[in-house]
Design a binder for this molecule. Sequence first.
Ligand code: LIP
Length: 242
Amino acid sequence: MADILQNVMDHAVAVARKAGEVRHPYKDPRWFIGEESVAAGEPSILTDDPTWIIDPIDGTTNFVHAFPFVAISIGFTINKRVEVGVVYSCLEDKMFTARRGGGAFCNGEPLQVSDQTDVHRSIIATEFGSNRDPEVVDKIFSSLRNILSLPVHGVRGAGTAAVNLSLVASGCVEAYYEMGMHVWDIAAGSLLVLEAGGIVMDVDGGDADLMSRRILAANNRSVALRLVEQIAPYRPDRDDAP
Ligand code: LIP
């Protein structure tokens, strides 16, 4: 397991060096966006520089309640594009790794998204988030009602965005969408989905935007676009909002 992580991290360093950077990507504080550093007042601006995007505990509420899905999420971007993603689902003891163009793996075994094209035969993952603003809650339930009524086989949520994305990459659920999570929750997992053959987009069907706090990840475009029709979108404040 440690070998897999070391290989992925070495690859991230090699990618940074190839991009012409001579500083050591483990050490420069400008190259980090993390839940804890942002909470401590550090900026949350994604630049073209090599950047580590880190969530040491994704699924904090789960952790507090001993609900057994908690993950460590580490993404590495260059030119605002995720090059390396690592999600460690701690209690499942599953190490998910992906390199851009190099595939996605769980404990070293290749991952492939589900081949289901019919949304009616799909399981969709989502989260309710922590925003209790009545308008937001209405939108969350409106989306949920629409999706359940399609109908779909089921709706699930692990309580961590990183694990939800690993479930899409593993083919256990067909799609995951959420509004309100943060870049550190999804940076690594979004690459897992892409490298397992899936797609990642905005909840309105537009291009994915890591800092927008909105994501729709799916096994294929057909399932994704059926969900776009059902989701009532709203715009949380962006992660890079001044
Ligand atoms: C959480 C996410 C979860 C989402 C929450 C929150 P945290 O991250 O993984 O899926 O619904 O809004 O962002 O706070 O546990 O790192």
